[in-house]
Design a protein around this ligand. Sequence first.
Ligand code: LMR
Length: 394
Amino acid sequence: MFERVPSAPPDPILGLSAAFAADDRSHKISLGVGEYRDASGKTPVLDVVRAAEARLLAAGSSKTYLPIDGTPAYGRLVRELVFGQDRADSADTVTVQTPGGTGALRVAADFIANHFPDARIWLPDPTWANHPKIFEAARVPCLSYRYYNSEAKGLDAPGMLEALQQTEKGDVVLLHACCHNPSGVDLDADTWQAAGKLLADRGALALVDFAYQGFGDGLEQDAAGLRLFCEQVPEMFVATSYSKNFGLYQDRVGALTVVTGSADRAETVLSQLKICVRTSFSNPPAHGSALVTCILSDEGLRADWLAELTQMRERINGMRQTLVEGLQRHGASQDFSFITRQKGMFSFSGLDPKQVERLREEHAVYIVGSGRINVAGVTPDNVDALCRAVVSVL
Ligand code: LMR
């Protein structure tokens, strides 16, 4: 049987990590996968996570199964971070804990396939390389809408709103809450509002991917657009990931939250989400969500977390500036100042696939094929080599 199975290409993002690991050039630079690195190039375990881990260990809890939808305390904290205190207890909103943000997207995709069989999902162009694959895997047809203006290196708001006029009643539209992956270009408040009104008028449902809260302008600031949007629409999905903002990449901690419009519907929707979870991964892993719950429920730990999150954000923003200055110093003739306007971990450099390949082959610099650079991997030690390499392939 297996003779007939064709081989699949490596993943465009995680496949890079494997290729990087196999590269024996000592000067290699990894700017592919979206992982935060500190100034020494390490991806640290946050101090606050270590403190929470010590508390959990001392408490000696057991390792029995979690409920299918995760713990109520975790679900409430997820909703609080997304919507603020006011909506954290809304009876029309339910949360299921998932393995990372990808798990949340897959549960949403399965739910859509099961209950909205005619729905298509609209993805921004560009978007995270895994988005179309997740929905295709669940047999939800994907379409794309204009999002990025490559000449202005900014948001194509008119193009986006015009494209979304083509949505049909019952379609789903994926939006990035902040720190758009891969472009770093976010929706402004007016476009959030206009998109909310448009989707509500057309009867289309939003799925907001919220994987970088706190990496743009701050924890609350990064949720502001989504909260404005939420006032315009009666129902929506939100996929949360805590991989980046808690540095819990390998603990796979995330959630899918659904605003259903009524308490009765919330109960029904939750019952169906549980089916999606049970038939996919049964019930969620506990360690990461226990850490997040411990940190967010304790005033002191929460403050420590916010301080570490701010530090990560500020280091990335500092590196954006250093990168732009370095490119100029090394003789780039283009204006790269747009890099300082982009939000979050990534910069959409504008480098084409041939240039990306040359960076890897000739300079051992690994970035994603779309030209996406993980700015969080740029350090004072590698920035000069990186700038020299980029300028040489321009
Ligand atoms: C990324 O875009 O690099 C991250 O979200 C990690 C991943 O799973 O692709």
